[in-house]
Design a protein. Sequence first.
Lengths: 334, 274
Amino acid sequence: MGLNSHPEYAIEADGLVKKFGDQRVVDGIALRVPRGSIYGFLGPNGAGKTTTIRMLATLLQPDEGSAKVMGYDLAKETDQVRQRISLTGQFASVDEDLSGRENLILIARLVGFSRADAKARADELLKAFHLEEAAQRQVKKYSGGMRRRIDIAASIVAAPDLLFLDEPTTGLDPRSRNQVWDIIRALVRNGTTVFLTTQYLEEADQLADRIAVIDHGRLIAEGTSSELKALVGAGRLTVHFQAAEDLERAAVILGSLTQETFEKDERALKLIVPIADHSAAAATISRFVTEDLRIADFSMGQPSLDEVFLTLTGKKPDSPESEGEESEDVHQAG
Amino acid sequence: MYIKQDNATDLQRALTLSQRPGRPGAIGASLTFGWRALLKIKYVPEQLFDVTAFPIMFLLMFTYLFGGAISGSTGEYLDFVLPGILVMTVSMITMYTGIDLNKDIQKGIFDRFRTLPFWRPAALVGALLVDAVRYLLASTIMIGLGYILGFRPAEGFGGLVLGVLVLLLFAFSLSWVWTFLSLIVRSEKALMGISMMVLFPLTFLSSVFVDTSTMPGWLQSLVDVNPVTLVVDAVRGLAHGGLESGLLPIVFLLSAAFVVVFAPLTMYFYNNKK
């Protein structure tokens, strides 16, 4: 282990660059991922998330820059790195022609378990991931959620210190997604560091201790979820009214109160107002009350990561491609 | 049903591993990949058609189709052509190793393997070992059928067995060409196309079916340096006698050359595949 490595970091990367032809897919990324945390790597399709993860997981050599993974040099101590990490790729990283149990035994043998230990380990994991009944079935006959579970099970056969998950819940139904989230949380409780990429802002918000936002191969923001939200500034106040006339009058009053643009939703009878702090929110509400507006409900919330992304990049994170639809589904269900 | 409480304890247990196993040995890892290839045969036994039905079909077809015309009798031709068809069949099925590897690459499992700390060539060596078993199966079936039809090697069974061993060595070496190609072509179909384009002329423009002395001079000079011709002549010589001195070392050198050139290339592209 090098003298200048920091044992508190699972990943220390500096100036990572990967070029495909002329294009700098990853363009100078530096990362500090604390051990034992969930680190979210958030960005739209084609932002460079997968390329970064593949470099950190020893699958691609960076064109420039260096990284230490679990204290070992990515370029020079590849084997030591490989003994401590595991990758669950975007597409099922198991052999679909084999059964779930055979897959786990295969991986267990390849990480160095003896024949008997490999079988015991496979059975233990099948039980933990509720795949006992499907153990003897070929993975190609599994449902989407089961596939993801056998995939993650295969990734933790050797109990890695650091687990890379590339879009672990893309395309999953909400129930399966929650199962995957539970597994990830349990992993981290157990001391594993999890580095996950996601296009779902909600997922990063729900799971990650720290979030890096990436766009066009560059980091555009990094911090905890609340830090990122604070970056955008204000929180927001949502006020539901009982009738359309109340909404209309409130909008007029609000227009005289603030220069800020606010959102009026006539169908849901609500106003969404950007607001600096709680006292400003309280003042707005009390003004509505003194004007005799009938308020059905109000709530104060921090901005969503969607808004964070919009502020940072000037565009919505969801790409117009097919994934957009899937992500909508998950958002609503969540 | 998914019961969260239960799951938590089982999961907790599965996540705590008292001792992480050490790096697996090269042989153990290769055998594990061999086991994987055998499992695939278990699930899709039809894939053995190429090493069971093919040899039977080829041998019957060519013996009775060409026998009378070429040698005047099918019996005589069988003695001549069996070593040839044996080499042809086994050479042709070597390409399946590459096709399987190409299928792997297109799936996520390839990435998983490459992040595991085992000896890298194991994935290929293991698969090639099982392929050697498949080649042996094809050879056994063909020779068995040959004996039934009246094939008798002049040097006896022992010479034939030596010939098969030489063939297995050649096939193992040739496979590295396909594993290499499988890593640089874009799809399974492309690989299939390229390998057929190479294998067809290579097996037909050889001494598999006819004595090369009946060919025009320009073709003869081409056919005589064809690796398949060299291997066929070696197997034929070992089985029936009259082995040219110096031919075996040439076949060994040729096989070694395939491995020396294509195994490192394969490993390079395997490790650096995007």
